[in-house]
Design a binder for this molecule. Structure first.
Ligand SMILES: C[S@@+](CC[C@H](N)C(=O)[O-])C[C@H]1O[C@@H](n2cnc3c(N)ncnc32)[C@H](O)[C@@H]1O
Length: 365
């Protein structure tokens, strides 16, 4: 299979520059920091962006599909758990002989005159008999034998050849985009103008926004806004976020945080989630108080959240989504069904020994 012409410098291929028409086979590497959430995010993003893909499969560390390059960049631009995107050259069983044979079958001629590096990662502890360094050497040798004019450059290669050993399989691709690690760091709770211990990490807040299938231009509502983590991430992907909090100090804090990171965002108001001063929204994303680091104002957590479910059902149009983070002991299934929601997916995140968070995505029926 010939490599794509003109894709030499992966370092200059920022997602927004991937512009060739037609679908190509890519694999995304996923952070794998949770067993189901990274794959769920990719699936939700494809739906949110209304991207048509073929032959889609997603697992803890990897998502593969046939997708256009433009669509690919739309997913990468807003994902929180995708770590890279690669044009797939081959997929085979994770066996040295098979890998060597398949790599030898690739037409590497477009690396002529280019510098390259091979990096192989082994994920999820599979195939301990395969050593990354050995596979890197093996692949590099095949490339050099086929194209002696290609130069190895480990520090700043024009082309990065990426191998992934996962789930007893081996995938090899050319890097199209490496997601900058730490892109969320500048918005971490402690770095914001206003801090509160109940604040969500920006990566998690972005994930919740994505799971709610929020689209650019959507009016996104967070009725328990706190420090504004969800509103910030929503604004940064082009939504119009509006928040509510019963505590004036939190409202002022949210405003300060939004001024720093998303000054164009609509903002937050003081109010009770059960009586919102708003009639319709496009999606709801929220992390209600559990009565620990954040106060429920004396209200019982389950009553507060169950009451809010009825409000959310009135606010949301049919077919749109709500992403809710609740303590895992709280069973909302029946109340949600009664209010007019269908549970689309559920994921559990262990926060610490005595708290597990359940992230539920509901669709308004
Ligand atoms: C868990 S915190 C939200 C944290 C937020 N996601 C963040 O990252 O900063 C829950 C918030 O709900 C607010 N709250 C409690 N009862 C409320 C109610 N009835 N209506 C609106 N907000 C309420 C609390 O003041 C608190 O700021």
């Amino acid at each position: 299979m010939p490599l794509l012409e003109g894709w030499g410098s992966y370092t200059s291929l920022s997602p927004s520059k991937l512009k060739t028409a037609g679908k190509i086979r890519v694999f995304f590497t996923l952070s794998g920091e949770h067993p189901t959430l990274p794959a769920a995010e990719v699936k939700a993003l494809l739906e949110a962006e209304e991207v048509e893909v073929k032959e889609f499969e997603a697992r803890r560390f990897l998502a593969r599909m046939l997708i256009s390059q433009d669509d690919c960049s739309r997913i990468l631009d807003r994902a929180s758990m995708v770590t890279g995107c690669y044009h797939e050259l081959l997929a085979c069983r994770a066996e040295v002989e098979e890998i060597a044979k398949e790599v030898g079958g690739v037409d590497w001629s477009t690396l002529k005159g280019k510098s390259f590096a091979v990096r192989v990662e082994r994920k999820g502890g599979c195939c301990p008999h395969l050593r990354s360094a050995e596979l890197e050497r093996l692949i590099g040798k095949v490339v050099k034998t086929q194209v002696p004019e290609a130069r190895v450059c480990l520090k700043a290669p024009e082309v990065l050849v990426k191998g992934l050993v996962v789930d007893q399989s081996f995938y090899l691709g050319l890097s199209l985009a490496e997601v900058r690690r730490g892109v969320f760091d500048e918005r971490r709770p402690r770095r914001r103008p206003f801090f509160h211990p109940s604040a969500l990490e920006p990566k998690l807040a972005r994930l919740f926004v994505n799971l709610a299938r929020a689209k650019r231009g959507d009016l996104l509502f967070d009725p328990f806004a706190g420090t504004g983590s969800i509103l910030m991430e929503a604004a940064l992907i082009g939504c119009s976020p509006v928040g509510l909090d019963i505590d004036l100090r939190m409202v002022e804090g949210t405003k300060a945080n939004l001024r720093r990171y998303a000054p164009h965002a609509i903002g937050a108001l003081r109010g009770d989630a059960r009586h919102p001063p708003i009639l319709k929204v496009d999606c709801v994303v929220t992390d209600p108080p559990y009565g620990r680091t954040s106060s429920t104002r004396g209200e019982d957590t389950s009553t507060l959240i169950e009451n809010f479910l009825n409000v959310a059902a009135d606010l949301l149009p049919h077919g749109r989504y709500m992403c809710l983070a609740t303590p895992s002991w709280l069973d909302l299934a029946e109340a949600a069904l009664k209010a007019g929601f269908k549970v689309v997916e559920e994921h559990e995140i262990r926060v610490h020994r005595s708290l597990t968070r359940r992230v539920t995505v509901f669709r308004r029926c």
